[in-house]
Design a binder for this molecule. Sequence first.
Ligand code: FES
Ligand SMILES: [Fe+2]
Length: 371
Amino acid sequence: MTTPADPATALAVDADVHSASTLDKSFYLDPALYAATAERVFARSWQWIGDLGDVAAPGSLSPRQMLPGLLDEPLLLARDEVGRLRCLSNVCTHRGNLLVHAPCRAAQIRCGYHSRRFDLDGRMSFMPGFEGARDFPSPRDDLPQVALAEFGPLAFASLAPAAPFADFLGDLPTRLAWLKLDELVHDPSRDRDLEFDAHWALYVENYLEGLHIPFVHPGLAQTIEQASYRVETFRRAALQVATARDVEAAFELPPTSPEHGQRIAAYYYLGLPEPDVQRLPVGPVAQRRRPSRHIAYAGAVRAYVGDASRLGQGAAGALDEVEMEDEAVVQTVQRGIRSRLYSRGRAPRHERAVHHFHRLVGEFMGAPATA
Ligand code: FES
Ligand SMILES: [Fe+2]
């Protein structure tokens, strides 16, 4: 039998992967710890808030919801008349009305409740009925601005960034500099809404190791070499590189790539804990997943395709099948860790990225540092 661990010890993980244990099971089961991840992890890391297609023109506005079901933060992408893009709060600074409900072109942002107006840079410019109000207007009447990062056609935002966006990408921008991010095209036919009964972290952990591939993904295992599968970790990111068995299933890599001349089937990137961008020979498919308010997972996959001629080949051959196999196993784990006879396991060597993830979760959640 086990007793519930206190949060500090549940999230403390030894720095040495060879002696470290995983996070305590209470992290995956305790609703209070789950709720704490919203503010401590997700509000402080970078979240995908869609792409920039509908805010390309000067004078355009597009409302976004950051992490629906978890953070539910109403945001507004605003491109001003000279083309500068900002991410603002979409909540009126008067009495909290939501400002913009659909993408539109506008010279100002006007609140529909009492007609407070803001310039496209967020500055309050007009408010009826405030004659005689003291200290008005002041900076707190302007719309708060949120940290924004662009990555190809994708937009990311952070409410209180623990580190710059670049830290969450590792070496992705230089490592995959040969990819033409601006040519990525959203393919709605490949979008998926996901819902299953498992903690988001179990899903991330499963994504971070290839040890399970021969056992869980027999189809995928036919296309990639297990022996040469490798894992690299960065301060706040992890990369897994899979080699193709067959040259047909591999990228054509330019001489500038560190993997030039190798048969690379897939690059699996994950910013820890966010964002994740999965790169496959379809070159690339970018995917985002998000956790919901409850421990059960509700996520979204949005696919951006670079080379449609490679769809259906190699490691990208059966994305839906691989997804279902992964979902099935993490749900089984979620049921398993409820056992009174299980508390935490080990994750050495092949699970180096899992261990790194556990350490970063502990850091975000304020667990005591261990040597
Ligand atoms: S809530 Fe926006 S003007 Fe009153
Ligand atoms: Fe998997």
